[in-house]
Design a protein around this ligand. Structure first.
Ligand SMILES: NC(=O)c1ccc[n+]([C@@H]2O[C@H](COP(=O)([O-])OP(=O)(O)OC[C@H]3O[C@@H](n4cnc5c(N)ncnc54)[C@H](O)[C@@H]3O)[C@@H](O)[C@H]2O)c1
Ligand SMILES: N[C@H](C(=O)O)[C@H](O)COP(=O)(O)O
Length: 331
């Protein structure tokens, strides 16, 4: 059960051909102020541990059992087909989704205080016939949440996205006044409730080069972004922008805000990942449950090598623990 000061967190081990299973096992290298329960196929995790020469042991998860050093507690979920490190197999896509479903179910029932996700491979899930664009959208659907916001934290930055996993050509039409307003409300609310900021200041990027150059390089700033910002400012929200994205991330400007709202995935994430890859955290705002994740993908090239850096997973667990504590304080 989730106790006040010792949350139980579900760690989904993700794509079985990727680095997720071995990274999850490396969580046993540290002592955590939480009970970490790895969701995955126990034999797969044992096989990866043996392969990388790790002394970590696998124990079957039982609620209430105290964590032990050098051991990971695994809530066994069987693979559909044997997994080979580095080789994607669409037959295991339902397994990957079952890990997420089980974790969500545990959060809803109160068994888990939150979810930390190791990476999945979006393409192989789609290849299996399940339209899938990412955990963010999947968890929104599974928790019946109409809108969630992806935010990455790292390198001293918090970068939220107005749009997530959609083709670049679809971005301008997706940035509607309603989307932008709801997104900013979610970012603002969660920065207060989950990150402990009293009056967060959000730097909002424009969509076009030089924020549209007064309408000469695009009109979204004038017609969509500025009116939304004006409306929310009138309510007291501290919003700066729309700012030209090329200079938004220079230290002097960045220092004037607590978070950035970028208009699309590759406007914000390359900057953050350049500054912090391997140590950043992806967090989903607006969900009724806590969810954090690594900042990297399945790294098929490293799977089974023992060379994958667990830094981002560790940071994701730390953030989930701190968010669970904030939630308890505000309850
Ligand atoms: N949280 C997630 O589930 C998540 C996040 C990002 C990407 N993805 C997915 O992962 C798949 C592969 O994506 P990609 O190839 O663009 O990115 P990737 O992050 O898997 O790999 C990019 C490079 O970073 C290296 N790298 C990644 N993780 C590392 C680690 N922990 N330690 C050391 N080096 C590491 C890889 O070896 C590779 O050279 C895609 O399907 C993508 O959508 C999932
Ligand atoms: N956009 C994320 C990143 O670059 O880290 C990644 O694709 C994972 O997204 P989900 O959390 O939605 O799976």
């Amino acid at each position: 059960m989730v106790t006040d000061d010792f949350p139980v967190l579900a760690i989904t081990s993700g794509e079985p051909a990727g680095v997720g299973p071995e990274l999850c096992a490396s969580l046993a290298d540290r002592q955590w102020p939480a009970h970490l329960v790895v969701l995955g196929d126990a034999e797969l995790i044992e096989e990866r541990l043996a392969r990388i020469g790790s002394a970590v042991q696998v124990r079957a998860y039982q609620p209430g059992l105290a964590p032990e050093s050098g051991m990971i507690d695994v809530l066994h979920q069987p693979l559909a087909s044997p997994a080979v490190a580095g080789e994607l197999n669409a037959d295991n896509a339902p397994y990957v989704l079952a890990l997420l479903d089980r974790a969500v179910q545990g959060c809803v029932s109160g068994e888990f205080a939150g979810i930390v996700t190791a990476p999945v491979h979006k393409g192989v899930i789609c290849d299996a016939g399940v339209p899938f664009t990412g955990h963010t959208e999947y968890l929104a659907e599974r928790t019946s949440t109409p809108l969630v916001v992806m935010m990455l934290v790292g390198g001293g930055m918090r970068v939220a996205l107005a749009t997530t996993h959609l083709p670049l050509s679809a971005v301008p039409a997706a940035i509607t006044p309603a989307l932008l307003e709801q997104t900013l409300r979610i970012v603002h609310r969660d920065l207060v409730s989950r990150f402990g900021l009293d009056a967060p200041r959000i730097l909002v990027a424009g969509l076009n080069p030089h924020a549209g150059e007064g309408g000469h390089m695009g009109r979204e700033e004038i017609e969509v972004i500025t009116p939304v910002l004006d409306r929310l400012r009138a309510e007291g929200m501290l919003l700066v922008g729309p700012l030209p994205a090329d200079t938004l991330f220079v230290p002097h400007t960045l220092a004037q805000g607590d978070a950035v709202l970028a208009m699309y995935h590759d406007q914000g994430l390359p900057v953050l990942k350049h500054a912090s890859f391997g140590g950043g955290v992806n967090v989903t705002l607006g969900l009724p449950i806590i969810r954090t994740s690594v900042d990297h993908g399945t790294a098929l090239d490293l799977a089974g090598s023992g060379r994958a850096d667990p830094g981002s997973l560790f940071a994701a667990v730390e953030l989930a623990i701190s968010m669970a504590a904030s939630k308890r304080k505000s309850a």
